[in-house]
Design a protein around this ligand. Structure first.
Ligand SMILES: [Zn+2]
Length: 409
């Protein structure tokens, strides 16, 4: 049908590249004159075959000050600094977010605020945030990702609905609950999924220039601790994860899992780099073959399940528990730094009150202190340790209840 109307196709020599997206199309050319020529040829052809096109929606953008000026000279009424195509913003100048992206982020934050007023049970609150709020901001990122500042702002807003956990460590929360809803990792896991599904159909073209999806994914991965072996092949040394999009038999879900898992490790490193009181407990990368320590044996599912079971569990496993020693006498009616158990006047550090105090109730029946610091401090479940996590969790919940009784009486 394309040949039904003969138009001046001199522009073929221009090597302009046309692409179609349902009823939108884009043209890429090396100069404004060539772009204009191709645009006019299309307009002539489409009017001859009777297509009704809205030329007011035709935009042109260029990269670099010189080309932008050239564009203004040739296509003054169409030259823009940013355009949107199928919900994806692209821009030719340095700007953090487009107006559309800011609007989506604000809509997401507004929905999170509304959901936090509803007082849903914890697990349902998370599901609702994912379905109704994060979904507003999660799409439209192909060759750029939301700034870390915006992702952190949204994640902090999610925390408001966690209520009791105002002092939870953001990066521990992100590692535990953010894999499927933190805007930062959603960008990469979705993009890897798109590439993997495309790879099942054809060989992927590696485009190393800024502004291309492959460049964006590569940059994001390398900033999150991955190293690139060759085009489409990355390794994450700390966790032993790998992504190979050069292979014909990719499994999209598995690659997305690798992205999320390595991102969790990155979150733990972010936590370890803060000055919070419990940073020494990130010991899961120490020792072991491949230097991965026990990170890969962390049972995220079971830990999340425990976290969802009660507020005490959430408080402990997200690093929101405060011992008398860490509060440093800041609670007016209980300025003492001493242990919380009756008859003990030792310094009340978390380790002392949970694991070493001889005045703990029924001390002989209590579980022993786990050797892994993340289990001892946050109750995180690690496979293959032989620890009775049921007993461990019951005890840590008792400790947290006692802390609340002492400080909120
Ligand atoms: Zn004590």
């Amino acid at each position: 049908m394309v040949g039904a109307a003969k138009v001046d196709l001199d522009c073929r020599r221009d090597n302009a590249l046309s692409r179609f997206y349902v009823d939108d199309r884009s043209v890429v050319a090396s100069s404004a004159v060539k772009l204009d020529r191709r645009y006019r040829a299309w307009a002539e052809w489409s009017s001859k075959v009777g297509l009704e096109e809205n030329h007011l929606k035709a935009y042109a953008i260029a990269k670099g000050a010189r080309r932008r000026q050239e564009l203004v000279d040739v296509l003054a009424d169409r030259a823009k600094l940013e355009v949107e195509l199928l919900g994806v913003s692209t821009m030719s100048h340095k700007r953090v977010h487009s107006e559309k992206e800011v609007q989506r982020a604000e809509a997401c934050l507004r929905t999170i605020r509304l959901l936090s007023f509803v007082r849903l049970p914890f697990a349902r609150y998370l599901n609702a945030v994912r379905a109704y709020a994060i979904s507003k901001v999660a799409y439209g990122w192909i060759a750029r990702w939301p700034t870390l500042q915006l992702s952190k702002r949204i994640w902090a807003a999610v925390n408001v609905g966690f209520r009791r956990m105002r002092s939870a460590a953001p990066w521990l929360r992100a590692a535990l609950f953010g894999g499927s809803m933190h805007p930062d990792v959603l960008f990469a896991s979705r993009l890897v999924g798109c590439f993997a599904r495309a790879r099942l159909k054809r060989v992927l073209a590696w485009i190393p220039v800024s502004g291309s999806p492959s460049h964006a994914l590569d940059t994001w991965l390398r900033r999150r601790g991955w190293t690139r072996d060759r085009h489409w092949v990355w390794r994450h040394l700390l966790t032993g994860e790998s992504i190979n999009l050069s292979h014909r038999r990719v499994v999209p879900g598995r690659l997305q899992h690798a992205v999320r898992n390595a991102w969790r490790a990155w979150c733990l490193l972010q936590h370890a780099a803060t000055n919070r009181r419990d940073v020494d407990h990130v010991d899961c990368f120490v020792g072991g073959r491949l230097r991965v320590g026990y990170f890969r044996r962390i049972d995220w599912e079971s830990t999340r399940k425990w976290a969802c079971s009660c507020p005490q569990a959430r408080t402990i496993c997200c690093g929101a528990a405060w011992s008398p020693a860490s509060l440093g006498g800041r609670v007016a009616h209980r300025p003492s730094l001493a242990c919380i158990w009756d008859g003990c006047d030792e310094l009340g550090t978390f380790d002392h009150i949970a694991w070493t105090c001889p005045h703990r109730p029924d001390v002989h029946t209590l579980p022993a202190r786990p050797t892994l610091a993340m289990s001892a401090r946050w109750g995180w479940v690690v496979k293959g340790t032989g620890t009775d996590y049921g007993a461990l969790h019951r005890w840590l919940e008792t400790v947290q209840s006692r802390l609340w009784a002492v400080f909120h009486q």
